[in-house]
Design a protein around this ligand. Structure first.
Ligand code: MUC
Ligand code: MG
Length: 371
């Protein structure tokens, strides 16, 4: 069903995190959600969200730049136009705007929300149909303190909320990081899957040393140990070690996925709607991975509920061999939605209503929106 976009509005929404979240390149005390409202013909409203991590320290688009790209370039391009579906929308955006995949992701999300509402179908149905309505979700232990991380992990295990954890390492020396990871693995026990994300912080030599020790210590997955540009290094590490590599920053689009896989990469790809330019675009990378025998993982840019649900609709349509990390809403002190997501037993429930299946609390949106 065709959708005519009438107007677009955009807000920067700052929400504090429940504790400092320490990554190799930034410590987050707050997350900024760039929220988009797409007003369409026939009174239909679509909502979308884009987030990044730590301003400009993770990716090339800051929240402010996402808002500016939408307001200055994408809104004038799209408003008044009719699109038969997300393919036509992406075609138009890509013909006139290079890059800016975070901004495009928020707009593709809002469009899918509007089209799903117009058709009375959940977004997952527009993307091929959900294989499941409950998806696995891990938690990231990243307080920066080993003992605090152990206590947090033990508490979440006891509450039955998560059974798999990711650790953020790479900000400190290799020996400190390895001690940290192996102490958490030892404390949480053999049954618990522990993965690490280095966020590009090591060079190849350090990665060979580090991965040897992580593999011997029973770590299950090593995410993006070396810089995103070192494709050959990532392929070499994936072939050298039994512990699998999860490519994150190195693989944004289907083109990156094709280049890595055809170069001999084995392991898994972290899909993220922001890296690819939206849920439909992220699934193109999933299809390349499936064709190449590379496993899949549902990644987050620490989105709030809107962005997490947009991702979940996409992730629900493919088999995620390594599960997902769509815990972003749990890291935030509050959100701008009427009903929070249902997280329990290491899983999250995919909303079933038309579109994203998420209602916005406009009072909260106004309260948290940057003035
Ligand atoms: C990343 O690089 O994967 C995902 C979980 C988390 O704690 O940080 C993000 C970013
Ligand atoms: Mg990562």
């Amino acid at each position: 069903m065709s959708i005519t976009i009438e107007s677009l509005a955009c807000w920067l929404v700052d929400i504090p995190t429940i504790r400092p979240h320490k990554l190799s390149m930034a410590t987050m005390g707050c997350q900024t959600l760039t929220i988009v409202r797409m007003q369409c013909a026939n009174g239909i409203t679509g909502w979308g969200e884009a987030t990044t991590i730590g301003g400009l320290s993770y990716g090339a688009e800051s929240p402010e730049a996402i808002k500016s790209a939408i307001e200055t370039y994408l809104a004038p391009l799209l408003c008044g136009q009719t699109f038969s579906g997300p393919a036509a929308l992406a075609d138009k955006m890509n013909a006139h705007v290079k890059g800016n995949t975070f901004a495009k992701s928020a707009l593709e999300t809002a469009f899918l929300d509007a089209q799903g509402k117009a058709l009375g179908l959940p977004v997952s149905s527009l993307l091929g149909g959900a294989l499941t309505t409950r998806l696995p979700v891990l938690w990231t232990l990243a307080s920066g303190d080993t003992q605090k991380d152990i206590e947090e992990g033990q508490r979440l295990l006891a509450e039955g909320r998560h059974d798999t954890f990711k650790l953020k390492i790479g900000a400190r020396g290799l020996d400190v990081d390895i001690r940290h990871a192996l102490a958490i693995k030892a404390a949480l026990g053999d049954e618990v899957s522990i993965r690490v994300d280095v966020n590009q912080a090591w060079d190849l030599t350090t990665a060979i040393k580090g991965m040897t020790q992580l593999q011997d210590g029973g770590i299950d997955l090593v995410e993006q140990p070396i810089p995103l540009w070192d494709r050959q290094g990532l392929i070499a590490l994936s072939q050298r070690f039994a512990v699998p590599i999860l490519a994150d920053e190195a693989v944004s689009t289907s083109h990156d996925g094709y280049a890595l896989a055809s170069g001999g990469f084995t392991g898994a790809y972290a899909l993220k709607i922001a890296k690819a330019g939206g849920p439909v675009q992220a699934l193109k990378l999933a299809q390349v991975a499936q064709a190449a025998g590379v496993a899949l993982y549902g990644g987050t840019m620490l989105e709030g509920t809107l962005g997490s649900v947009a991702s979940l609709h996409a992730w629900s349509t493919v088999r995620m061999q390594w599960g997902t990390e769509m815990f972003g809403p749990l890291l935030l002190k509050d959100d701008i939605v009427v009903r929070p997501l249902d997280f329990s037993h290491g899983q999250v429930t995919l909303p079933q209503g038309p579109g994203l299946g998420v209602d916005i609390d406009e009072e909260k949106l106004r309260y948290y929106a940057r003035k």
